[in-house]
Design a binder for this molecule. Structure first.
Ligand SMILES: NC(=O)c1ccc[n+]([C@@H]2O[C@H](COP(=O)([O-])OP(=O)(O)OC[C@H]3O[C@@H](n4cnc5c(N)ncnc54)[C@H](O)[C@@H]3O)[C@@H](O)[C@H]2O)c1
Length: 522
């Protein structure tokens, strides 16, 4: 470990130097945990045919040789298979989770030890992630994965929700302006930590750290709806530093993972955390997009009585066609037993709503960030003593209101909040199952290969080339989307019909596809 690369002071509550130069940081590298992780990775591999197919297709070719990929995506078993696919294809990878609660510790440990590693000689990947990080630990981990042990940075980012991309962009923007805002002025606890880490980096590394790091990044592939919104916003306002591939909007990602993944993992999370009977309960799902549709299906599968809220008339009409009531939260908040936010928007369920909910109503979020539910408002009420937070078990909390009168015996009522308002399916369960994630991660792997080969076709890095035009955010072409689907069909014993040439001509496509125009909506 090089002395000058290691900080002498600790970062916030982490008890860790900011530049720790550690080979990894995970919860538990015991034999039992690593073995469990490895067994689950083996099982998952069998359910991830897309990734297996890419390993076979590129066997011996190392298409990612020279790629230094920093990944920020839930450190689960399925992600372990993605990481090992990227390394199998030649990449040099470092990883963090993109959520403080989503890490599966056995997955993180097995990834560090690696398929061919031993307890003495780890042969895996540097992972910085454990379940239940503090916010300071979370951003510390992000920084560790961005800085290789020789002091260099990544040339590609694989992001989920845009946190790694955010840190790099803010770091360079503040270096350029010469001023980092005072953390005390941050609008959220999390942004306070982000500003703190940027101040600490500046104190230790001076005013060129982020420019040096950012100038070598050739592109980012982004996993989720919320992260894509952020990338596109930067593209439009001219601040995007390198090109991005929008993985979310591959059909084989958002129409599968967001919908069918949530259809599996939402009720899994509610059941594991509360064990409450969902059948017959009145459930309100806020947002009826891709995630909302899967969430509704999962709850209806349990015979819950489900209604939705929407702002988009098309989605509202779709809900009507599915026999769902479309209601306004303000009108119905006292009638429902379970609330699920899926909007990717902010301030959906506010404290004023929670004050009027039934006693022991369950509230959770399956969108990306913790601001769909007004957790900041609840914390503020806790500071003034108006509400008490009682831990039932990790990621399951009772919030007991002091000044309401519709609780037991006319006293204050409680609500149950899952995963502290963060992604419930990853905080309280294990996220989506392998087969769905295989489709998402096959898109991710193809996107990384494309960026490694051709990133500059989508725009030059603007730190290295200040006069270049703003890089673009693209989606993968449809023939690759169809390829991802095709790679998963055997698993289901599917026999596709082959299009005849005269039929292909009649509908205006090629025999080998793509079979739909770009604007087709599936
Ligand atoms: N938990 C998971 O595993 C998982 C998986 C994929 C995506 N996500 C996240 O879930 C969120 C939603 O993703 P999506 O792909 O469904 O997006 P989407 O755009 O398809 O759906 C969101 C819907 O919410 C509606 N909406 C917006 N503001 C609203 C409001 N104030 N009230 C009611 N409805 C409102 C929109 O009209 C839209 O129909 C994003 O944050 C995404 O990153 C989570």
């Amino acid at each position: 470990m090089s002395e000058e690369r290691t900080s002498s002071t600790f970062f916030m509550d982490t008890k860790l130097p900011l530049f720790a130069n550690l080979p990894h940081k995970v919860r538990d590298l015991s034999e039992e945990t690593v073995r469990f992780g490895r067994k689950e990775i083996e099982l998952a591999l069998h359910e991830m045919p897309g990734l297996v197919a890419l390993r076979e297709e590129y066997s011996g070719q190392n298409p990612l040789e020279g790629a230094k990929i920093m990944g920020s995506l839930h450190m689960t078993i399925q992600t372990a298979v993605l990481i090992e696919t990227l390394t199998d294809l030649g990449a040099d990878v470092r990883w963090v989770s993109c959520n403080i609660f989503s890490t599966q510790d056995h997955a993180a440990s097995a990834t560090v030890v690696g398929e061919n590693g031993t307890f003495e000689n780890h042969a895996g990947v540097p992972v910085y992630a454990w379940k239940g990080e503090s916010l300071a630990e979370y951003w510390w981990c992000t920084l560790q994965a961005l800085v290789w042990n020789d002091g260099t940075g990544p040339n590609l980012i694989l992001d989920d929700g845009g946190d790694a991309t955010l840190l790099i962009h803010l770091g360079t923007e503040y270096e350029k302006s010469g001023t980092i805002p005072d953390p005390e002025t941050a609008e959220s606890e999390e942004f306070n930590v982000v500003l703190n880490i940027l101040h600490h980096v500046r104190r230790e590394k001076g005013d060129n750290f982020w420019h040096e790091l950012a100038k070598n990044i050739r592109g980012v592939s982004e996993e989720t709806t919320t992260g894509v919104h952020r990338l596109v916003e930067r593209e439009h306002n001219g601040t995007l530093l390198f090109p991005g591939i929008n993985v979310n909007d591959s059909v084989t990602k958002s129409k599968f993972d967001n919908t069918f993944g949530c259809r599996h993992s939402l009720v899994d999370a509610i059941m594991r955390s509360t064990d409450v009977l969902i059948s017959g309960k009145k459930v309100l799902v806020c947002g009826y997009g891709d995630v909302g549709k899967g969430s509704v299906e999962s709850l209806r599968g349990q015979y819950a009585r489900v209604s939705i809220t929407e702002v988009d008339p098309i989605c509202a009409l779709q809900a009507c066609m599915m026999g769902l009531d479309v209601v306004a939260l303000d009108d119905v908040v006292c009638n429902y037993d379970i609330f699920v936010t899926t909007t990717g928007n902010k301030d959906i369920i506010m404290v004023s709503h929670m004050m009027n909910m039934k006693h022991n109503a369950i509230v959770c979020n399956i969108g990306h960030f913790d601001n769909e539910i007004d957790m900041a408002g609840l914390e503020a009420m806790r500071d003034t003593g108006e509400v008490e937070k009682i831990e039932i078990k990790p990621q399951v909390h009772e919030w007991k209101f002091k000044n309401t009168s519709h609780g037991p015996n006319g006293g204050g009522h409680s609500i149950i909040i899952l995963a502290e308002g963060r992604l419930v399916n990853l905080g309280c369960a294990t996220g989506h199952p392998s087969l769905v994630m295989s489709a998402s991660f096959t898109n991710q792997t193809i996107a990384q290969i494309e960026l490694h080969k051709n990133a500059e076709q989508y725009g030059m890095n603007r730190i290295a080339n200040p006069s270049a035009t703003v890089p673009t955010v693209i989606t993968l072409p449809k023939h690759l989307d169809e390829k991802v689907a095709r790679l998963h069909l055997n698993k289901f014993g599917v026999k596709l019909t082959s299009l005849r040439k005269d039929q292909a001509d009649y509908i205006g496509v090629k025999v080998e596809g793509p079979y739909k125009p770009e604007h087709y909506r599936y």
